[in-house]
Design a protein around this ligand. Structure first.
Ligand SMILES: Cc1cc2nc3c(=O)[nH]c(=O)nc-3n(C[C@H](O)[C@H](O)[C@H](O)COP(=O)(O)OP(=O)(O)OC[C@H]3O[C@@H](n4cnc5c(N)ncnc54)[C@H](O)[C@@H]3O)c2cc1C
Ligand code: FES
Length: 290
């Protein structure tokens, strides 16, 4: 009998490292980008994977926190060298991390999770809410043929057109918009208060982008769960494939504690709990029992 707890993305390939902070800079209101030097991890990280991060020398918080790999930075000789993570200041770890300066150390383990499989499409539509833009810079770079990832480097799926539909509460909370524009992503913004872009929900913008696009589209999505559920409804109605990257709270990040479970259906329609850390965080939206 097959083992019901088997997961495809156990952390067998992950490494735990003590890494040095290179820089820690403000990106937007309550939002920062920390860059740490970790050539080994940077070489292997795939778009949509995450790392677990702890503050070296602190007992509180004792356990790590999951953060998406935002970008893989190359050295002057073109080798993967550092990882960028963008974080919203929220609780114990992120409040302390803000005060970290270059030269201080973090404990990091990863890369973790399945990440986004490269699936061919003409138009990749990325939908982000809140801090959900963080898995998408690497993904856009890969689809646009600007950067390759993994060891050995994986075969990318290429497309000509990448759009980011990015929703936030207000303009001052949007982080990294220029990073996306610089690599050629078409950015469409929605804010709850109308301070930038469409005054309303990011799903309105998504529906518009899908209606305007006559190409074969594929949607990827990350953000608060109600927003991802709404995105899944829009893509379901439009009959467009959609993958979501879940942000369930995690304790271990490596499949042991079952803190991170989500209800996921199999092909027969039956649901079971899946661990977001080792079965995800990326799932087909139509398989999630919201
Ligand atoms: C795969 C994955 C990737 C992530 N990537 C990023 C990222 O790139 N940038 C980023 O800022 N955050 C990201 N997160 C969310 C981040 O891990 C949490 O917000 C984390 O709790 C912050 O740590 P903290 O110690 O500052 O806050 P904590 O002290 O842990 O928590 C603060 C509050 O948030 C609640 N909380 C904790 N985790 C979550 C969660 N996942 N969703 C909703 N509420 C939660 C707690 O119950 C508490 O009320 C990601 C989560 C996952 C699972
Ligand atoms: S976080 Fe422990 S099993 Fe997923």
């Amino acid at each position: 009998m097959s083992n019901p707890l088997h997961a495809k993305f156990y952390a067998d390939q992950a490494t735990q490292l003590s890494v040095e902070v290179v820089e820690n800079v403000k990106m937007a209101r309550d939002t920062f980008r920390v860059r740490f030097h970790c050539p080994e991890l940077a070489a292997r990280a795939l778009p949509g994977q995450f790392v677990m991060l702890r503050l070296a020398g602190y007992d509180d918080p004792l356990i790590g926190r999951p953060l998406a790999v935002y970008d893989v930075i190359h050295s002057s000789i073109g080798e993967p060298d550092s990882i960028d993570v963008i974080y919203l200041v929220k609780g114990k770890l992120t409040t302390r991390l803000v005060k970290f300066q270059s030269g201080q150390r973090l404990d990091v383990w990863g890369p973790l999770g399945n990440g986004f499989e490269p699936i061919a499409t003409k138009h990749l539509v990325m939908v982000a809410g809140g801090i959900g833009q963080t898995p998408f810079v690497c993904l856009a770079k890969e689809y646009l043929g600007l950067q390759r990832f993994g060891v050995p480097q994986r075969e990318p799926a290429r497309c000509d057109n990448v759009t980011l539909c990015y929703g936030g509460r207000s303009a001052d909370l949007l982080a990294g918009v220029e990073d996306f524009k610089r690599i050629g992503v078409n950015v469409r913004i929605a804010t709850d208060d109308g301070s930038l872009g469409h005054h309303g929900l990011v799903t309105d913008v998504l529906a518009q982008v899908l209606a305007e696009s006559d190409e074969d589209c594929q949607v990827v999505c990350c953000g608060p769960e109600p927003m991802m559920e709404a995105v899944a409804r829009v893509t379901g109605t439009a009959n467009v494939p959609c993958r979501v990257s879940l942000e369930t709270p995690m304790a271990c990040g490596i499949g042991i504690c079952f803190t991170c479970v989500a209800k996921v259906r199999d092909k027969s329609g039956e649901w079971d709990y899946k661990r977001t850390c080792v079965d995800g965080p990326v799932f087909d939206a139509e398989l999630i029992e919201w």
